[in-house]
Each structure stands twice: as C-alpha cells, then as structure tokens.
Design a protein around this ligand. Structure first.
Ligand code: PMP
Length: 410
C-alpha cells in the first residue's frame, strides 16, 4: 500500500486535531502535570481545596464574593432540593418553570433595577441566546476583538454580520460603526471586565461613540463585574455611570453568585417576547430548583455586600503591588479588577511556573492561545473576598519562590 493510501485510510474527522494531540503529548512527556486535568478531591471553603492530597489555596476560581459556602445560600439549596426535587426535567416554556425560577428572576429585577429578567441554564447560553435572537441575517453585531467565546458563538448562531474593533479602542469602534449602512440594525456587544487580562472597558467614551451612529443597541456582558463594581454591585456599567445607555446586561451565576446559570436583564418593553423565540432558552432543560434557590439567596445577599467588596478590592490591590514589586509583568499596569494576569514569555515558562505554584500549594488558571489575546501565555489569578490577609501574604511568597525556581524572575 502506498503512503498516500495509508494516509487516506487513517484520515477521519479527528485528523484535524493531530497537531494539538502531538503538542499536548510532547508537553506531558516533559513530566509536567496536565494543567487542564486538575481534580479537586475535596473543597474546604471558597479559597481552599485538596488537590492530589495537598492543601491548596485557590486563586483561580472566579468565586469573587466567596458565596459558594455561604450558610444561607447552602441552606436555601438544601431546602429546595428537599421540597422540589433534584431537577425540572423540562424547558422553561413547558414544565420547567417552578416558583424558584420566578423568584430568581424577581431577585435579578430588584438587583439590577430593571423591568425584565430572563434566566438561562448558563452564561454561555445567555450570550448565545440573546445575541443570536436579537441579531439575525442582515443585522450587524459589532464586538471587541477580545470578546468571550460565547459572544462570538452567539453571532455565528444568529448569522449576523460580525464587525470586530480593536480591543477597548473607542476610535476603532467609532470608525467601524461609521462604515456600516445607516439604516442597518446593529447590536454593539461590550464586556465590563475582560477576563484574560483583567482590564476594564472605557464604557462612557464607548457609549458616546456609539450614540453618534443610528440604529444601535448596546449589550454589556458583566460576567466579571457583577457583585464587585458599582454601588449596588451591578457591574462596571453601574460604576461608570452608563446604566441609562445600556439596553441589555448579560451575566452569569458561575462567578460572584457562586453557583451555575446565566441571565439577561433589560428595560425594553418587548423583552418578554424573547422567551418564545430564543432557541437556547426554549430547547433546553431549566436549572434545577436547588440551583435557582441558591442563586436567588446569593443575589439578595450581594445587594448588601459593601464590606466584602471593599475587602476584595484591598486583596486585588495588594496582590497587584506584591507581584509588580517582585518583577512580574502583569496584564494591567494598575489594578483594575479582581483578575490579575501574570504574563509569561512562552508555554514552557508558563507551565513551569504553574506547576511550581501547584507544588507549593497554590492553584491558578493557566491560559494560552487561542483563548488569550496576542498569543500570550498567562497565569490568571482571581481573588476572592474570602481570601484572608494571611493568605494573600502566602500567595505573594509562593509567587516569589516559584518565580526564582523557574527563572521567571531574577
Ligand atoms: N461571559 C464571559 C465574559 C465569561 O468570562 C464567561 C465564563 N467564563 C461567560 C460569559 C459564560 O459564563 P458561564 O460560566 O455561566 O457559562
């Protein structure tokens, strides 16, 4: 048999993954732990777990407000599990809307001060559903080039034309909007906090640029801003004073709220119709009763979490300063959010640092292209309001030790 015949015979739909399989095997052959196969054997608190028998500080969970173990939140989940069972086994528009789904939507309306709130099974599905349903064929979605995958996937599902602008560039946003037909309908999608580098969008300047152009609606994804930014914890769009200009806010329960689920809130008078036409809302089962009960309790507590917000901000500033003083290159020059990204030179250095930190007892997220901007290799740290002062000190000490061990710092 010729080589060509063998190649034809062995080729199948998995063949396109061969380069990735080879790269992964080469990396694991160097003896490193697989950064994408970590198992939490035990989780003791929002900031502590046992990984491979070792007590580990968690610094890569997005559990910003530490609500996962809040006693009221856990109790609400247990009660709903007892009273309503393990799951709904149905779509929101059929048998899957329970009292708890209504209650969590009421909690969201109150938290955001909006007339409409719609809960999805994940934040990914919220973006997928809202973007694809609002912007269809012939419409435009104008988005930041560094947008989350769920935003891009929402555009693909809806078949709208995608127009990307340079990350956080007001000038490029304005220029690209100016090139679109005036009578076309446009959805501009922004994020409050960008999760890879932890930088915040200049929303007032962006809103001013968008308002120069006709037929634009604005959606802000506050996945990483909810709970932490703004007087009521609504997000960056609240903190920066553009609430009146934003048509839709998308968010998730998987970060500050401490469970799983996604949502969209809006004051649009026709918002409710989305429940009937949004495929990722209609054609999937709703969240289990225990999950919506934990989310509702958590959201209501987040309305009065000023002290926690202040402690989280203190933690973020302290870690940012500590890592800068050690000589690490960070994603932002000043602390902007609860995400602090450490930029490493290449994959080998990123994996070596990640593993050294894990062996010292610190878990952070490793991120690599294509998820990261501009081909960067990052160790992403996300702080929690429940990290104690002592833990933040330990974290900085572990970065110093791992950095010196791997040569990442001098
Ligand atoms: N939007 C952004 C900006 C995100 O970072 C994420 C998750 N990391 C999501 C949406 C999706 O959220 P979920 O985990 O609820 O699917």
């Amino acid at each position: 048999m010729t080589d060509a015949a063998i190649a034809t015979e062995t080729r199948d739909l998995f063949s396109k993954f061969d380069p990735l399989i080879a790269e992964r095997e080469a990396l694991l052959a160097t003896g490193v732990r697989d950064p994408f196969a970590i198992v939490m054997d035990e989780v003791k608190s929002p900031t502590q777990a046992v990984i491979k028998g070792k007590d580990t500080i968690l610094l890569g969970t997005y559990n910003y407000m530490g609500m996962t173990f809040d006693p009221d939140v856990v109790a609400a989940g247990k009660k709903a599990l007892d009273e309503f069972g393990a799951g709904t086994t149905g779509s929101r528009v059929l048998n899957g809307t329970y009292q708890g789904h209504r209650e969590v939507e009421d909690a969201l309306r109150e938290f955001y001060g909006t007339s409409g709130a719609m809960v999805f099974s994940t934040g990914y599905q919220a973006n997928l559903g809202v973007i694809s349903t609002l912007a269809g064929k012939g419409d435009y979605v104008v988005l930041d080039a560094d947008s989350h995958a769920s935003i891009y996937d929402g555009c693909f599902l809806g078949d709208a034309d995608i127009v990307r602008f340079r990350h956080n560039s007001v000038e490029d946003l304005d220029k690209r909007l100016g090139r679109l037909p005036a009578d076309a309908l446009k959805l501009v999608v922004l994020e409050g906090v960008y999760s890879m580098l932890g930088d915040v969008a200049p929303l007032p300047a962006m809103v001013a640029a968008i308002r120069k152009h006709p037929n634009c609606m604005i959606l802000v994804d506050e996945a990483h801003g909810m709970g932490f930014f703004g007087e009521h914890g609504r997000g960056v769009y609240e903190e920066q004073g553009v609430e009146a200009d934003v048509d839709f806010v998308v968010g998730t329960f998987s970060k500050s709220v401490g469970t799983v689920g996604g949502f969209c809130v809006s004051n649009h008078p026709k918002f409710e119709i989305l429940r009937l036409v949004c495929r990722p809302y209609v054609f999937t089962a709703s969240l289990p009763p225990s999950v919506v009960a934990t989310a509702a309790t958590s959201i209501r507590k987040l309305m009065h979490a000023g002290d926690k917000r202040a402690h989280l901000w203190k933690n973020s500033q302290r870690l940012h300063k500590g890592l800068t003083d050690l000589g690490f290159t960070l994603g932002t020059e000043t602390p902007q959010s609860a995400i602090i990204a450490v930029i490493l030179t290449d994959q080998a250095q990123a994996v070596a640092m990640w593993q050294a930190l894990l062996e010292l007892g610190l878990y952070v997220n490793m991120a690599r292209p294509p998820a990261t901007p501009a081909g960067t290799f990052l160790l992403r740290c996300s702080l929690c309001a429940e990290h104690s002062d002592e833990q933040v000190g330990q974290i900085i000490g572990m970065f110093e030790a791992a950095g010196k061990l791997t040569g990442a710092i001098g």
